[in-house]
Design a protein. Structure first.
Lengths: 495, 147
């Protein structure tokens, strides 16, 4: 047993330990906070990379907590989807934290920085845990950690609107957690197991004996995960929460947090519930309708926004719709597209929020119409914003194009042309609200604060450059990541 | 608030409450209760003390720095026990497989790492309750000054 064998546990535990140490560092060794947080996330990212390599070369493997075999102990199962998600979470959050280490100095009161890192590390550790775990109650524990940490990094600014948004999020996500807990209880009641694999084995028999319990569990699960991942009619908390939080928080919340619940739902739907559930209930149709509505309505809301971060937040509602659309079309290309879009959207939305944060840092302007000529005075963030916006619209050579291509391909192959049309209409809408900003940014006359922005520190420019480069890299050479995504999709569909 | 009866009663009750809290924590692996319930009892005893005297008297017993250290160390004990198992050659949180002696079931010192973990949880919960209480009180005092 080498050290690499323990990486699944260490990828979760190391950020947790550093998160616990952070208040002590903050009190007595304030200078250590930022390096320690970066080191913890760097370790998690490296561990995810090694795990990805192990999975690609030797196939999926499992890790048993305390050497207790599955029906009794908690099992971490590291398969293609798990490493893909863990890589997305740790990679993007690491880049965002580099940006945050400078940006937060002006957004937060100095004594809160250490606590922010605590919450941030807890958030990332819980998301990695959700990606890796194969135990449904363990999943619930991570969901709770994630929800509380997410509320914390929204409300930490202590302004009136932050607190209001965080409270709204707290109440709604508690509702989601409650639904989820009930669903888990119902599943445990009829199967007697908490491990995904064992529940999946027991469910076909239980379906025959207690069909109503399982239908109720499925409904509660859909609502619980739907609230948490802001699927369309349950999205009301998202715009306020994501627009009022500090920019690094917005970037991880929009880019990562809402995705992880989608992944958890995907895993439970495909790996735990038997295939016959899709014949008994129209669950996939419900998801398809909700995601199509999310795609159209989210984009329509985004068009009318005046505040740059609010617009990005509404755009996230539309984008989570794409992810769910890919997950529910029951077709391999669409599923690959959905999984891929999760990664791509994490990168581009994080970049857009960071660029918006850079505009606010430099000029203090949040209104879209006041950002005229920003491309001339703040070239780096404006260029990043442009790349992100083009990727959102799905222009070729950006990563957004690749995932949309797969989604449309999947919809057409599945014979559901309607959803291909939905994606195209939404792309047009995306163009409708992103492109005027770019045109304004480069061809407008800079006025007021926009004409003489504060200089952007290098540590805030570098993450934008890396993310922008990444968007183009995965747009031009998508094969780097498609292999993992399509294998994850194949494993889920049992191909 | 000056109330002689409340002060006297709480002064007598607090040690017993704390002793019972410690009992629940240390017997976490043997009887109902454990780290969380025992920690909550200990935390409640400190809250009772601070309520019946005043905040200054409470912070004199458990200062902010101390509760900060306890809070972090509670979590670190848990994680540390898990990591120790990895160093001993088992998986994370391994107990018997890591070669830790389990003792006789039913004895106070038995069950290997479970007892240490319960102690960590107890410390964490007790200090968190105290910190939460202090934060609420201090927040109220701050807003009072504003008004």
């Amino acid at each position: 047993m080498s050290a690499a064998h323990h990486l699944p546990a260490l990828a979760i535990v190391v950020p947790l330990v550093i998160a616990y140490l952070m208040p002590l560092f903050d009190r007595w060794r304030r200078g250590w906070c930022t390096p320690a947080a970066l080191a913890a996330l760097g370790f998690s990212f490296a561990a995810s990379l090694v795990m990805a390599w192990q999975v690609m070369t030797h196939g999926p493997f499992s890790y048993q907590m305390g050497n207790w075999p599955p029906p009794w102990g908690i099992e971490l199962y590291i398969d293609y989807l798990a490493v893909f998600t863990a890589l997305t979470m740790t990679g993007v959050s690491l880049i965002v934290l580099v940006y945050g280490s400078r940006d937060l100095l002006h957004e937060l009161k100095p004594h809160l920085l250490g606590w922010y890192y605590t919450l941030y590390l807890l958030l990332i550790a819980s998301m990695v845990g959700m990606a890796l775990t194969n135990d449904i109650f363990n999943l619930f524990v991570f969901v709770e950690i994630c929800a509380i940490a997410a509320c914390g990094i929204i409300s930490i600014k202590e302004s009136r609107e932050c607190l209001e948004a965080a409270f709204k999020y707290l109440v709604l996500s508690a509702l989601g957690s409650g639904c989820l807990l009930l669903a888990i209880a119902l599943l445990y009641m009829v199967t007697g197991h908490l491990n995904f694999t064992f529940i999946a084995q027991a469910l076909p028999e239980a379906m025959r004996l207690y069909p109503n319990n399982i239908l109720a569990a499925l409904a509660l699960l859909l609502v619980g995960m739907g609230v948490k991942s802001a699927l369309f009619p349950l999205h009301v908390w998202l715009p306020d929460a994501h627009s009022s939080a500090p920019s690094p928080s917005s970037a991880v919340l929009s880019g990562l947090v809402i995705k992880i619940y989608a992944v958890a739902l995907l895993r439970i739907l495909y790996q735990v519930f038997p295939d016959s559930i899709f014949e008994v209930t129209p669950v996939l149709t419900i998801l398809l309708v909700m995601s199509s509505l999310a795609i159209i309505v989210g984009s329509m809301f985004a068009v009318v926004q005046e505040d740059i971060k609010k617009m990005l937040a509404y755009s996230s509602i539309a984008q989570i719709g794409y992810v769910f659309l890919g997950f529910s079309l029951m077709e391999i290309s669409a599923l690959t597209g959905g999984i891929l879009h999760m990664f791509n959207h994490a990168m581009m939305k994080a970049m857009l929020f960071l660029a918006a944060g850079a505009f606010i840092y430099g000029t203090g302007v949040r209104r879209l119409s006041d950002l005229k000529g920003i491309g001339l005075t703040m070239p780096v963030p404006a260029a990043a914003f442009t790349i992100g916006a083009l990727a959102m619209v799905g222009i070729p050579l950006t990563n957004g194009f690749i995932s949309k291509w797969f989604l449309v391909l999947g919809a057409l192959r599945g014979g559901q042309t309607f959803f291909a049309v939905v994606i195209l209409i939404s792309s047009l809408l995306n163009g409708f609200y992103y492109l005027p900003i770019i045109v304004n940014a480069y061809f407008g006359e800079p006025q007021g604060a926009v004409a003489e922005p504060k200089r952007l520190p290098r540590l805030m420019q570098a993450p934008l450059v890396i993310l922008g480069f990444g968007c183009l890299l995965f747009g031009i050479f998508p094969s780097l990541i498609i292999g993992l995504a399509s294998r994850a999709g194949q494993a889920l569909l049992g191909m | 608030m000056e109330d002689l009866i409340v002060r006297y009663v709480s002064r007598i009750v607090v040690p017993f409450v704390q002793l019972f809290g410690l009992y629940v924590v240390f017997h976490g692996h043997l009887s109902p209760g454990g780290g969380f319930s025992g920690g909550a009892i200990i935390g409640a005893s400190m809250i009772l003390y601070a309520l019946s005297f005043n905040l200054a008297a409470g912070t004199k017993k458990v200062s902010h720095d101390l509760s900060l250290i306890l809070e972090s160390s509670g979590g670190l004990i848990y994680a540390g026990v898990g990591l120790a198992a990895i160093f001993l050659g088992a998986n994370f949180l391994g107990n018997k497989v890591a070669g830790i002696p389990l003792g006789t079931p039913g004895n106070l010192f038995s069950s290997g790492t479970i007892m240490i973990i319960t102690l960590g949880v107890g410390i964490k919960v007790a200090s968190t309750m105290i910190t939460l209480f202090y934060s609420l009180i201090e927040g109220e005092q701050k807003t009072d000054e504003h008004c």
